[in-house]
Design a protein around this ligand. Structure first.
Ligand SMILES: Nc1ncnc2c1ncn2[C@@H]1O[C@H](COP(=O)(O)OP(=O)(O)O)[C@@H](O)[C@H]1O
Ligand SMILES: [Mg+2]
Length: 363
């Protein structure tokens, strides 16, 4: 198990500043996920760690040793790519053992390691097959197996599940989580999928245009998003943003008896998650706001209702599976102001953290 430290890291591609001063500490055995929209620098950051890109400035330390100028081969890290990058002419076993063979490891030890990894990844019966005779999920397992046999100090994954269909992605995600528990290795995982980030990570690193926007546990970034960017990126359906209106100011004053401990009324924007919106069939309830239903999406287990509030602003709400709501209708709703976030003009959150220490309670 290894720790990794990144200090003031910058990367320029000729005149494009892709990584803009990243500081990051990754602890031993931690599963860290880099998440952010396409083009924000996730792969570049991972490739800098792997030694596949040259650092422009700053440093990378592995177990307190500076590896900034060490070659990729000498870093003792193993990377798994979205494209699998298997050798087509080699069998599964040969693909998995190739790096060890090059390193002149004793063939007996290689055989043991390959057998162990194949066992973990349910590839034992496929060891003689060529990649072209494997499904996407099996190929991805071989790519992971190739990393496992090397027993690297850190595993690096770059969107390893993005080429798989939805159900296989869920299955592989659960397998990767199990793999981390079993190997207890330090793992860094890149994805644009916030659900993967939420479900896999001990620590989520949210990147935005080459900067770290926030670092935290999945629940912490969900409940205490530092910025509008994070608030919008984490959580599905997305958080809605509505401008502070006089109606809402009055409701907040009522709810808090004139005080405003959550600094909502000094905010320009309120961030409202679907779970904080309650739809009401009764007109003019105490906390009533009115809007127009613009779209109803029936997902089976629940129904998503999109409400136009103050003209162009949309609020997403959840309703019961069979709720009789139709697009075009006027609708009353209330907002739980204990659970919304206030943001200023620059997108910074003004509301204090919901709680400093989120603990999952008993059921
Ligand atoms: N070799 C390269 N040359 C020039 N620009 C690059 C190169 N690699 C990446 N970039 C640019 O750097 C930015 C970050 O890319 P990348 O790290 O691949 O994003 P992500 O993995 O988050 O989608 C993108 O704008 C991309 O176009
Ligand atoms: Mg990428």
């Amino acid at each position: 198990m290894s720790s990794l430290e990144i200090k003031k890291l910058h990367k320029n591609f000729s005149n494009y500043h892709a990584i803009r001063g990243v500081d990051l500490q990754i602890e031993k055995g931690e599963f860290t996920v880099f998440v952010g929209p396409s083009g924000c620098g996730k792969s570049t950051l991972l490739r800098l760690i792997a030694g596949l890109e040259v650092v422009t400035s700053g440093s990378i330390l592995l177990n307190d040793q500076d590896i900034t100028d060490t070659s990729a081969a000498e870093r003792d890290l193993a990377m798994v790519f979205q494209s699998y990058a298997l050798y087509p002419h080699m069998s599964v076993a040969e693909n998995m053992s190739f790096a060890l063979k090059i390193a002149k490891v004793d063939p007996k030890i290689i055989a043991e390691k390959v057998a162990d990894a194949a066992e973990i990844l349910q590839l034992t019966s496929l060891l003689d097959r060529k990649p072209k005779a494997l499904s996407g999920g099996q190929r991805q397992r071989v790519a992971i197996g190739r990393a496992i046999v090397r027993q690297p100090s850190v595993f690096l994954f770059d969107e390893p599940l993005s080429n798989l269909d939805a159900s296989l992605r869920v299955q592989m995600r659960q397998e990767l989580s199990g793999l981390h528990k079993r190997l207890k290795s330090t793992m860094i995982y890149v994805t644009h999928d916030q659900v993967e980030a939420m479900t896999l990570a001990d620590k989520v690193v949210i990147l935005n245009a080459g900067n770290v926007e926030q670092v935290g546990t999945p629940l912490n970034v969900y409940y205490n998003p530092a910025s509008r960017f994070v608030a919008e990126f984490i959580g599905t359906p997305k958080m809605s943003f509505i401008p502070m209106s006089d109606d809402i100011k009055k409701l907040i004053a009522n709810e808090y008896d004139g005080a405003d401990p959550r600094k909502l009324t000094s905010s320009t924007w309120l961030g409202v998650r679907p779970e904080s919106v309650t739809l009401s069939s009764q007109l003019l309830t105490k906390a009533g706001l009115t809007g127009k239903v613009s779209l109803v999406e029936r997902l089976g287990a629940e129904t998503l209702v999109y409400i136009d509030y103050l003209g162009e602003h949309k609020i997403t709400a959840r309703a019961d599976s069979l709720a009789s709501i139709e697009a075009g209708a006027d609708i009353q709703f209330s907002i739980d102001f204990q659970n919304v976030h206030g943001f200023d003009d620059d997108g910074l959150r003004l509301s204090p953290d919901v709680t400093d220490n989120l603990i999952v309670g008993n059921v």
